[in-house]
Structures are given as C-alpha cells and as structure tokens.
Design a protein around this ligand. Structure first.
Ligand code: KIV
Ligand code: ZN
Length: 386
C-alpha cells in the first residue's frame, strides 16, 4: 500500500532563527537553504520579509536560489506585510505567503483588544489579499493550541472559502498534550466544511518537551504537513525537531506516512546548522546528538557487538553516521575492549585479553574515556607479547 505523504515545512531560517543569541547573515542562510533543498524538504520558510531589510534580502536571494522546494515568507494579517513578502518571494519557482493572526482569547482580548468576529474578518481579508499575489497561501491561527475548537473551526472554514491552501494550527506556547492536539486536528477534519481543499499543518513548540509528540499526534489525526527546524531550534524551548519526526515516521511504517526526506543527510545538516548558528547540539539529542549511537556500559556494548539491533532501533548509516561507537570507560567489559583493540590492530586471545583488561581498568579509573592511542599504552603496560 502506498504511503501518505507528510510535507516537511522547514522553518529553521524563520522560527529557528528567532532563537536568542543567534544571527545568521544572508550568505550563511543561502548555504543552509541549499542544504535544506538537497535534504528534500517541501517548504523552506525563508524569513519574515517586513521585519528588516536584511531579512527581505535573504528571502529574495533564497527565492532565486532554491530549485525544488516551495519558498515561503511570513507576514502578519497586515496589507503592507503581505505586499513586502510578495515582493521578496516573487522570483521563487514555487512561492507561498504565510499569513495569519492570533485566535486565542488572550490574543484577541489582550494583544488586539478586539473580538472574534473582527479577527475572523481580518483573517479573511489577509488571505484574500495574499491570493492577489500568489496561488499558494498558508494561514496560521496563532495560539491555536489554546483556541477553543469551535471558533478555530469557524475561522478555518472562512479562510478556506477565501482561498487558503494550508491551515497552520500552531501550539504557539507548547501547551497542548498529544491527545489534545491530535483531537484538535480530528475536530477540524470533522467539522470544517471543504476541509479537503486545504492541508492541515502542525506547528508545535517545545515548552513542555512535547513538540515532536504533538506533531506526530497531529499527523495521526489527519494533518499532512509538519513545521519543524533542524535540531529543534527556535523561540524559548524550540520547535519540533525535523530529524525526530522524519525518523519516527520512518521507524513506524504501520502509520503509513512518509516524508520523502533524504535521511542520510540528517547528521551533516545538523552539524552544519549547529556550526553556523553557534548553537551546540546536546550530546543526548535524539538522532543527531553525539551520544545517539554511542554505547558505554558493558552490558549494552556486549549486546550491540553481538547484534546491533539489540540496543539500536535505527541503523546509524541511515542518518549519515558512519557507525555506532563503543566508548571505553571503566564501565566497559571485555567484549568492548576486545572489539576496540581489534580495530587498532590487536587480535587478543582470551588469556591476553584478561591481562590487558586488568591494565585497562587501572587506566580507565584514572581517565574518563579511553582513546585509541591509550589502547597501545595499555597493551604495552600489560606485558602481553603480541
Ligand atoms: O508559533 C507560532 O504561532 C508561529 C506563527 C507565527 C506561525 O510561529
Ligand atoms: Zn512558532
């Protein structure tokens, strides 16, 4: 049975770039955009063109550069924003305007001092105006996660009638539980007239560490686009991590969903974005962290050496990591030592291994991690004749 496509909307260069302390210049953004295109993302949100002349320039140049992906510019539901975004993306092969407005009670009451009816009117007006420039218009209902479903459905229905092609349902504050976010998508699928004319999109923030889980709940309940960033970077605790959702869908074929991303480029892309943004990847980060395929306790090492799948659900090669690593520490056993010793040229007999292992423990208690170079000293100090 053929799988349903889940589009990957990458917002590393817009929501991701909003991370405190990070600033990318146009040249760096172009390099990242080119890599995202090679990775196979469906949409690159290149920036918020009205926000600064620099961002406008970056969005324009990315629009000219990108060969395959749709290039998208963010706007508020404001005419001037839409005009500037339309100008910035005008040379893109596939241009998209991403416009929207806050729909939750706190946005309507405190941010806009307005009413639901007025917000709905502005949303429709913005989508209609954006449609005068491009065919592909995505509408976001900011803080949809805390917006009551009935009003959300009303506004979604109205913007579909106005021509929206994608409906973004952001959990802007990262508040929702996965069941709640999934139920919201289901509610919209069941209660919005002509819902099939638009694609529902998940845009989840990670304030409670649930961005990935919520996005997956969203697609299980009918959404067909996930908005995400490389390494999950973004405002506050970040956005949904691209590499996580891609690999979750890949590792669970029974969901019948696929993204079409070239997963072999994930690790390199993660490293590249981390370097350019000056944002280190935490070692225990799923999929792309330096420890994601590293085994350090004796029991796990023994299992992985006998059969990799015992402790690994992903083949590291599939995400561009050459091989799993067996880290030698004082918690490692003989199997790990023999494995690493063999890699640097020592085929140890059982008796030799016993001797070298005793010496290894002396070294390992002094040094946190034993490197290849240390193995030579350990073998020499053990007195075995090789
Ligand atoms: O988190 C959010 O609501 C957003 C919108 C502007 C799409 O980033
Ligand atoms: Zn966001």
């Amino acid at each position: 049975m053929s799988k349903d496509k889940v589009q990957i909307f990458d917002t590393t260069l817009r929501d991701g770039e909003q991370v405190p302390g990070c600033k990318l210049d146009t040249e760096q953004k172009l390099i990242i955009a080119e890599r995202l295109d090679a990775l196979g993302v469906d949409v690159i949100e290149a920036g918020f063109p009205i926000s600064s002349p620099g961002d406008f320039k970056s969005v324009s140049e990315i629009s000219r550069l990108v060969k395959n992906a749709t290039v998208c510019g963010l706007t508020r539901a404001v005419k001037k924003d839409i005009e500037v975004a339309a100008e910035a993306i005008k040379d893109a092969k596939k241009p998209r305007i991403h416009t929207g407005i806050g729909t939750s009670e706190s946005h309507i009451k405190y941010k806009f001092n307005s009413t639901q009816d007025e917000v709905l009117r502005r949303a429709v007006e913005a989508v209609k105006y954006a449609k005068t420039f491009v065919e592909d218009v995505e509408f976001y209902a900011e803080d949809a996660g805390r917006t009551e479903n009935e009003f959300l459905a009303r506004i979604c229905e109205a913007v579909i009638q106005a021509g929206a092609t994608v409906l973004n349902i952001p959990d802007t504050t990262g508040y929702c539980l996965p069941e709640e976010y999934g139920a919201k998508m289901k509610y919209l699928r069941e209660n919005v007239r002509d819902i099939d004319k638009a694609i529902l999109s998940c845009h989840c923030h990670n304030d409670l560490g649930l961005a990935t889980a919520n996005s997956i709940a969203g697609v299980i309940n009918g959404a067909r686009q996930i908005e995400c960033t490389i390494n999950g970077i973004g405002e506050r605790a970040g956005n949904t991590s691209l590499e996580e959702v891609v690999m979750i869908l890949r590792q669970h074929p029974h969901l019948n969903l696929d993204t079409g991303i070239n997963s072999k480029l994930l690790y390199d892309t993660s490293q590249m974005v981390s370097r350019k943004m000056g944002m280190p990847v935490q070692p225990n980060k799923a999929i792309v962290g330096s420890n994601a395929f590293a085994h350090s306790s004796g029991i796990h090492q023994d299992g992985v050496i006998k059969k990799r799948e015992t402790y690994e659900i992903i083949d590291p090669v599939d995400v561009g990591v050459t091989e799993s690593s067996i880290v030698l520490t004082a918690r490692s056993g003989r199997a790990a030592l023999a494995y690493r010793a063999k890699k640097v040229g020592y085929e140890l007999t059982k008796l030799q291994l016993d001797k070298v292992y005793d010496q290894f423990l002396v070294f390992a208690d002094r040094k946190k991690e034993i490197e290849d170079a240390d193995i030579h000293s350990i073998v020499e100090a053990s007195g075995v004749n090789i």
